[in-house]
Design a protein around this ligand. Sequence first.
Ligand SMILES: [Zn+2]
Length: 416
Amino acid sequence: MTLDPGRNLRIDAARLWDTLMETARFGGTPKGGICRLAASEEDRQVRGWFREACGALGLSVTVDGVGNMFARREGRRPGLPPILIGSHLDTQPTGGKFDGVLGVLAALEAMRTLVAAGYETNAPVEIVNWTDEEGSRFSPAMMGSGVFAGVFTPEEALGTKDREGVTLGAALDGIGYRGQAAVGGRALSGYLELHIEQGPILEREEREIGVVQGVQAMRWYDARFTGLDAHTGATPMAGRRNALIGAARFALAVDAIANEHAPDAVATVGTLDVRPNSRNVVPGEALATVDARHPDDATLDAMEAEIEAAARAIAKELSLALDFARIWLQPAVRFDPVLIGCVREAAKANGFSARDITSGAGHDAAYVARLAPSTMVFVPCAGGVSHNEAESIRFEDAARGGQVLLDALLAFDAGL
Ligand SMILES: [Zn+2]
């Protein structure tokens, strides 16, 4: 009998949901979220669970030199490069249960469905768990997929330090997940990633599936204002060189610049690092970090010029020194039309309402798209809330997303 990819195989939605709830205990927080920073003890625990679940399916699990995990099932035509499906299992410090995790566990569910049915794909299929997608403990984000795609060298990634001065390399050694396999440098047939939207659009429009067209351009900046530490009581207001005032004005300026480029622009000062951070010292140093995004590279160029000009003007006015640097950028990403078509058809065949959407968040798929045909599937999340312990999705959203992932995978594979 010929299987009709997309029609015959149904994922077990209850089993998928159970795995989401089961793994949520690794780093589970009292508020119902997850704190599972990259290469932490909690990360080790969930990686162990994942490795065991894949082993039980007869998959071969390899770990590369930056901790990316690949669980492989061979295909009928071993000459074909693998199709990757997956996402990330690390979370923000106050993360939710679904960001990233859904993509890995839905990939596991798709694999379980294939194995149970004895369905042979043309290409090998690998579930991937990317290291340090969140960029919270080790910056920048999407480190594992970035090295895989050749954006960073393994040495750069492994040498990155957390706030305590621990390198990613040492942290991976500590949890036993600095693997032997070379990072990247191999051909892929394609990459599919299911993810929660992390925004409000699908929910607001009551659409069940987001057919992701690409990822908006994004850039990160550091603006370090340096003035002079001084006694808060003995130093008159006139003549102070208060770096925090500079950073605070800069945060307002960044917000205004994004508003001037409405509706698609977003820009945020997300952290302030104030030195010496003492109640009775006028702050002599303040580092403001900026995240700016827009679907169009040219508009982001203009925003960047305005942000830097604002920082320089503020520093001059307050007699502060300024060190302004772009520390990371990702150009706008366009996903693969063939894979996008597979996702659209899978949603349609299942009777799910769908809409095209551009990702507002960065994702591993944005890097993998540099190497191979890639795309993503979005499902709605309640209120568009993410990077928050309250992040939530409905059982049906997980079920629909998992089914579309499987069906799109099989449709793409059938065309190889
Ligand atoms: Zn994510």
